[in-house]
Ligand binder design. Structure first.
Ligand code: C2E
Ligand code: MG
Ligand code: MG
Length: 762
């Protein structure tokens, strides 16, 4: 079985699975990227802490310098002006641990504590200091603001503003080498992760950790150094300029930086408390990031990759399972257990697709069943009968094109198919029928396999498959199985027939209650004595408005909807009632046996014989005056069942007649097998088209055989004197036909033939 439906859903699942995997892979990479950023910023944050410790250290050194400056001031105030220099010297000894002391008088004269050290006119410097804003009269500055000598290059100054009586500012200045403050021991730990620098506003390095040399080749200006180790492109310039600006404007800042090898890193910067033009910079070692972050990133990436792989495997597993269960579901949903082919659901789902894809091809929709399949089932058993059903599908696939034509079983022996309607169709159809028959033969089924096929010619504009099936089915139902043509094509006639059927079915029950079904009786004639010998009850449906319907208009419908049982019992009952009525004055009437037709449908009713018995008893009927007629082709279908029912009916004292002998497929052998009393030869023998030497030979044979078996024979449909004469020649005594009388209302029959005074009239 092919699964186009399952393919669709599987490709959907595959698409969903792929989308999920793509989303997962995307999410994983984003996640890894996130992890990288997270670790990167966490690592730098951790180290940023160390930088702050270093800054705090410098701050405390600046503060310590302030304290020295305070002490210097106290010493100065205590000393007399004359003793100024001595006092300074004294104090210097006290604080002699790398400090130099100066006094900048309001006239710009700088006095140094140390002999031979810098002193002189510093008026310009005084003016500058006057412009600076001091916090609590204190400020820390890089020494190169004042001193241009090399020794001062890495020193800082603690400056205390002193108010003089003159109203002018004088300044007490304490100088200390930064290297003493920022010695490598204090900041050792910083060396491992980069380098720490104290710089002035131009970026001149006043002091640094020893690692500075390694990173910046001992460049005295840090911005020049940074530029040197950068990619030296516009981006690098911008980054360095941003850093310069930030350092001026912010207390602390950080900036990303990319070195010449493309390694990314971070530069921290900021200023100190109570200082001016004194900044720090920390250059973060790019290797640290690579060492710390990359392994974590790689690990997370691998974990994510592993998870994605597991997910893919799981999805694949789910997909395989879905695929399998889908196939199983499709198989269960679309396979017909009995034939092993597709089922009706599949047909309804796919036939439209086939038609749509082959719009230019003319198609027929066939709705068919196997004639008398129930009989095959009962006679040969389910297993063998099922072989016929299987053959119906298998042979179709052999003969027709399975890609463009499709046949499925609807239920029991009902099938539906779409076939291409071209010149080959007829030939293919015959081949198909032969194929099924051959298969049936192989299964030892000797019953001829015939299909009853309703066809619908599909039009281009048709799209509703159910409607097409209904139409083909209507055509199938319209087939009169007594006629030999077992195919019908849907047409407007069929619609009007269906409407008639609907009308009949909606009225039948009411009509029966209202007594619109009338008993007519046709006389049977003894041609040797030329007198009446009985009659046959035939139904007529006469509506209140007087319209009369003949049995052929409604009996087939009643047979297919089951209403025939009610009608047949009704006819029997009406006849019994009539006889009972007549018996009230039985001396006035002569009673002839009247036959009643019994449909084949009744035979399958398990209560049939009991019901007949009940009716007969209810009206105290003389059973010798009742005959039952059952149509010949029924014996053929259900011989054993028939023998059983006929025997039971005969046990009630009834005479049984086989009706319409010769109209169907029955053989003379049947006369031996089924114990009926009367054989009614069908009118077909007297059709002009049929009368031939062969038919007269057959008739003679029938009479001979019936005589041998002591079965009475009556010929139906005798219309001419010639026919009567011919039959006499065969030794026939009984006939029924228009020559002797047409069917007439029962009362008319009674009056004409049964009333003593009239009895025997022709
Ligand atoms: P049937 O039982 O074979 O009845 C004989 C049919 O042949 C009757 O048709 C009758 O009118 C017709 N007939 C009789 N003589 C001649 C003749 O000389 N020439 C021609 N052309 N026809 C003749 P009718 O009454 O139309 O009934 C047709 C069939 O309907 C019956 O055939 C019988 O099978 C069925 N039928 C009639 N009444 C009932 C009924 O109450 N129950 C059942 N189950 N079937 C019935
Ligand atoms: Mg009859
Ligand atoms: Mg008949």
């Amino acid at each position: 079985m092919k699964n186009s439906g399952s393919d669709k859903s599987i490709s959907l699942i595959l698409r969903i699975a792929l989308s999920v995997v793509i989303v997962c892979v995307g999410a994983t990479f984003l996640h890894v990227f996130d992890i990288k950023n997270f670790f990167q910023s966490n690592t730098t944050k951790a180290y940023e802490g160390h930088v702050h410790t270093a800054v705090a250290e410098i701050n405390s050194q600046v503060d310590a310098l302030r304290k020295v400056t305070d002490a210097f001031e106290t010493a100065m105030i205590e000393a007399s002006l004359n003793e100024e220099i001595n006092g300074i010297i004294l104090r210097e000894e006290e604080y002699n641990s790398g400090y130099s002391f100066y006094f900048l008088a309001e006239n710009g004269v700088l006095v140094s504590s140390a002999e031979n050290e810098y002193s002189g006119d510093m008026y310009n410097s005084l003016q500058r200091l006057n412009e600076y804003s001091f916090t609590n009269d204190y400020l820390c500055l890089p020494a190169n603001v004042f001193f241009t000598d090399k020794a001062s290059a890495d020193s800082i100054l603690g400056i205390k503003r002193v108010d003089r009586e003159s109203g002018e500012n004088a300044y007490l200045i304490v100088k200390r080498e930064l290297s003493r403050t920022l010695n490598d021991n204090t900041f050792d730990y910083l060396n491992n992760m980069g380098c720490f620098m104290v710089i002035d506003q131009e970026g001149e390095v006043l002091a640094s950790t020893s690692s500075y040399r390694d990173y910046f080749n001992n460049n005295t200006n840090v911005y020049d150094g940074l530029l040197q180790i950068s990619t030296q492109n516009n981006k690098a310039y911008d980054q360095i300029n941003d850093l310069k600006k930030d350092i001026f404007t912010k207390i602390s800042c950080s900036s990303e930086f990319e070195d010449e090898n493309g390694n990314e890193t971070v530069v921290f910067g900021g200023t100190f408390l109570n200082t001016k033009d004194l900044y720090y910079l920390y250059y973060f070692n790019p290797a640290i990031l690579t060492e710390n972050v990359n392994p974590v990133t790689t690990r997370s990436f691998l974990i994510c990759l592993f998870m994605v792989l597991i997910m893919i495997v799981l999805l694949f597993y789910v997909w395989i399972n879905l695929n399998e269960s889908n196939e199983l579901i499709m198989k269960l949903a679309y396979t017909d257990d009995v034939t092993g082919g597709y089922n009706y659901n599949y047909f309804r789902r796919n036939a439209s697709d086939i038609l749509k894809n082959n719009k230019e091809i003319p198609y027929l929709l066939l709705r068919f069943d196997i004639m008398n399949f129930r009989y095959i089932n009962e006679s040969y058993g389910h297993d063998r009968a099922d072989k016929v059903l299987k053959a119906t599908i298998n042979e179709f696939e052999k003969v027709f094109n399975p890609r463009k034509e499709l046949c499925v079983r609807v239920n029991s022996d009902q099938f539906v198919a779409i076939v291409i309607n071209n010149i080959e169709f007829e030939e293919k159809y015959m081949k198909y029928l032969k194929g099924i028959s051959d298969e049936a033969n192989e299964a030892q089924i000797r019953y001829p396999i015939r299909l009853k096929v309703g066809m619908y010619q599909i039009k281009k504009e048709d799209s509703n498959i159910d409607l097409m099936i209904d139409r083909a089915n209507a055509a199938r139902k319209s087939i009169d199985i007594t006629a030999n043509v077992l195919t019908a094509t849907y047409s407007d006639n069929i619609i009007s027939n269906m409407r008639k059927v609907d009308a009949i079915e909606s009225e039948m029950e009411n009509s029966l209650k209202k007594g619109e079904f009338k008993v007519y009786v046709q006389p049977k004639w003894d041609i040797s004595k030329d007198e009446i010998l009985g009659g046959e009850a035939l139904v007529r449906w006469i509506k209140n408005d007087g319209t009369m319907f003949y049995p052929s208009d409604f009996i087939p419908i009643f047979e297919s909807n089951g209403f025939i049982e009610n009608l047949d019992f009704y006819m029997l009952e009406q006849l019994c009632i009539k006889m009972k009525d007549m018996r009230k004055n039985d001396n006035e009437y002569k009673f002839y046996p009247i036959s009643v037709n019994q449909s084949r449908v009744l035979i399958n009713n398990p209560d049939y014989v009991k019901n007949v018995e009940k009716i007969l008893k209810r009206y105290d009927t003389d059973v010798s005056k009742i005959q039952l007629e059952i149509t010949e082709n029924l014996f053929f279908d259900q011989r054993e069942k028939m023998v059983e029912v006929i025997t039971q009916l005969k046990d009630l004292g009834l005479e049984l007649a086989m009706d319409d002998f010769g109209s169907g497929y029955s053989s003379l052998n049947i006369l031996k097998d089924v114990p009926f009393d009367i054989l009614k030869i069908d009118k077909v023998f007297f059709d002009e088209s049929f009368i031939s030497e062969a038919s007269t030979v057959i008739l003679r044979k029938i009479f001979e055989m019936a005589q041998e078996l002591s079965i009475d024979v009556i010929c139906e449909g005798v219309e001419t004197k010639d026919q009567v004469e011919m039959l006499k020649g065969f030794g026939c005594h009984a006939v029924q036909g228009y020559y002797y009388g047409k069917p007439m209302p029962v009362d008319e029959f009674v009056e004409k033939y049964c009333l003593m005074k009239a009895a025997g009239n022709k």
